[in-house]
Ligand binder design. Sequence first.
Ligand code: GUN
Length: 288
Amino acid sequence: MAATIIDGKARAASLRSEVAAGVADFVAAHGRAPGLTVVLVGDDPASNVYVRSKGKATTEAGMISGEHRLPATVTEADLLALVAALNADPAVDGILVQLPLPKHIDADRVIAAIDPAKDVDGFHPVNAGRLATGLAALVPCTPSGCLILIEDALGDISGAEALVIGRSNIVGKPMAALLTAKSATVTLAHSRTRDLAGHVGRADIVVAAVGIPAMVKGDWLKPGACVIDVGINRVTAADGTSRLVGDVDFASALPRAGSITPVPGGVGPMTIACLLANTLKAARARAA
Ligand code: GUN
């Protein structure tokens, strides 16, 4: 039987309406709307698209959207000064510095300069450490969204075999921490992993976040597995047309998986919805 295709767009829409309702309550209680400010350095076209859709979603949820666009030539000192000003601004609950940053700027230093209470990306070492040790934290948006889709599909995942492919700080590592906290048995695979196909074949849950188009083949999967595809890869066909594909070979995975996210329309919309949820959470914590 073909897999259920997980509708991330619909799930994100329902999460966004929950957030909007929470924002309305927040405004009634505190007389101000939560604020999310995005900082974009340079003019990377993909980043531009992300930032525009983040701004629109923020406003639609009833929150205040701030945006700072800095030239690619901005100095690290000037960027750090902007972060310090946003940290000190009481109207700003969430700060997101869009990555990647230009080479001459130390992204780790910039992330570490963000007030952890306003770190709605969950990238600050304080939040990463809190997540790893099971304390309340702002959690990175993409893995948060993946976990929601996994639990919707499978219910309780205690004892399930989960394979995360990719060990980035943005997705793979926090994803492994979230699945561990839910009592799954977690394997974190990466570019040096031997026999990846063998690991995939044992997994009830596969989260692919490697950035290699169609790398995970359908016939590697355990029949009935829940497959979450974080990859967004633009590939150009021989005729010059381009399309987005994930890290999983969707056509061969579809007849074998139990449930699978499409690309686009799977994980992507969940990331922005979780960013809005994190901003509301940060605003509530700061107002408490
Ligand atoms: N670039 C691509 N995805 C992200 C994200 O989730 N957060 C930030 N800050 N930059 C990104």
